[in-house]
Design a protein around this ligand. Structure first.
Ligand SMILES: *[C@@H]1O[C@H](CO)[C@@H](O)[C@H](O)[C@H]1NC(C)=O
Ligand SMILES: *[C@@H]1O[C@H](CO)[C@@H](O)[C@H](O)[C@H]1NC(C)=O
Ligand SMILES: [Zn+2]
Length: 306
């Protein structure tokens, strides 16, 4: 009588302690033999109202002249980094001397890790959407506010740079090292040290990173803390289709390698009463908006002078 009770107590304690690690994506809910909590059941702050990702309606984004250029530091340094299959994504550990500043951020932020989201459908793997359109993948470079940056757990504790990925006609050589490493980490918990490479290798050219969207949101995985300043760049990373599909083909959610890691994407969340800001008005709006601005002004001047 005693043993089963003790075992039961242990099992309950284990499942209690494990609650957050039991979260999973919708595709795992549909395919899983065992229970896991899909996005609708995620705990923490996940059911609150300032969540991510969102659909960005580009012509409603408010122009903010404070959203200047970023300065990236350590992004171009070649480093052999640890990459792991963490059961939800592929994650590359980054060093605290990789930092960002500027970009309308209040202070310096230090990189902690980067990871990606993807699908086998090339229009279904990004978390954010632009005017309802989703992309093949999305890469998140996660940064923490530096120690001098003020209060912990503030709304701006974390700054995530989000890069949308679309299919391109050429192999992207900057991604070769990461894609090759996927072969060595098929199962959750596995890790490997990658060949030396830099973050710059993964990104669009720096002069194309002036245009971005900014809003206040959350982590897109439990516990969905509402402490993230989001930056979603307009310029897309281009990867060859084979490179995009390698993520779904080589990685698995489970030890048994039954369920391919794919569609590791949280559903879109409501914007609610938040605003999305943009660093620069879309160029194509200028010819329309300039006369539209000038005409009323001229009319006003004429009416008041005459
Ligand atoms: C990497 O994998 C090894 C071997 O499985 C393991 O001992 C180690 O703890 C892992 N390292 C990290 C940082 O996860
Ligand atoms: C897109 O991905 C979601 C999971 O993120 C899935 O539920 C949905 O069926 C997919 N849509 C298509 C058209 O494949
Ligand atoms: Zn992410």
């Amino acid at each position: 009588m005693r043993l089963p009770l003790a075992v039961l107590a242990l099992a309950l304690a284990a499942s209690g302690a494990d609650t957050e690690s039991h979260w999973c994506y919708q595709i795992q809910v549909q395919n899983s033999q065992h229970n896991c909590l899909g996005p609708a059941q995620w705990g923490g702050e996940c059911q609150k109202s300032q969540q991510s990702p969102i659909d960005i309606v580009t012509n409603k984004a408010r122009l903010d002249y404070n959203l200047g250029d970023f300065s990236f530091s350590g992004y171009d340094k070649k480093h052999s980094r640890l990459v792991q299959n963490n059961g939800h994504s592929v994650m590359v550990s980054l060093e605290p001397d990789v930092t960002i500043n500027g970009g309308g951020l209040a202070t310096l932020y230090q990189a902690t890790q980067l990871h990606l989201h993807w699908s086998e459908d090339l229009n279904n793997g990004s978390e954010h959407a632009l005017d309802g359109e989703r992309f093949a993948m999305e890469m998140h470079i996660v940064h923490q506010k530096g120690i001098e940056g003020g209060a912990q757990n503030a709304k701006d504790q974390i700054a995530v740079l989000a890069f949308l990925v679309e299919e391109g006609s050429e192999h992207n050589d900057g991604f070769r090292v990461l894609v090759e490493a996927l072969d060595k980490i098929p199962k959750p918990g596995m890790n490997v040290t990658m060949e030396a490479s830099s973050l710059t290798d993964l990104l669009p050219q720096e002069d194309k990173l002036k245009h971005y969207f900014r809003y206040q949101g959350s982590l897109t995985t439990p516990t969905c803390d509402e402490t993230v300043v989001w930056t979603v760049f307009k310029e897309r990373i281009q990867l060859h289709k084979d490179q995009i599909l390698a993520f779904s083909q080589k990685l698995y959610y489970d030890e048994e390698q039954k369920l391919k890691m794919t569609d590791n994407v949280r559903p879109l969340q409501q914007l609610g009463d938040r605003l999305v800001y943009t660093s620069q008005a879309p160029a194509q709006l200028l010819p329309v908006s300039l006369p539209a601005l000038l005409l009323p002004t001229l009319t006003y001047l004429l009416a008041n002078v005459l």
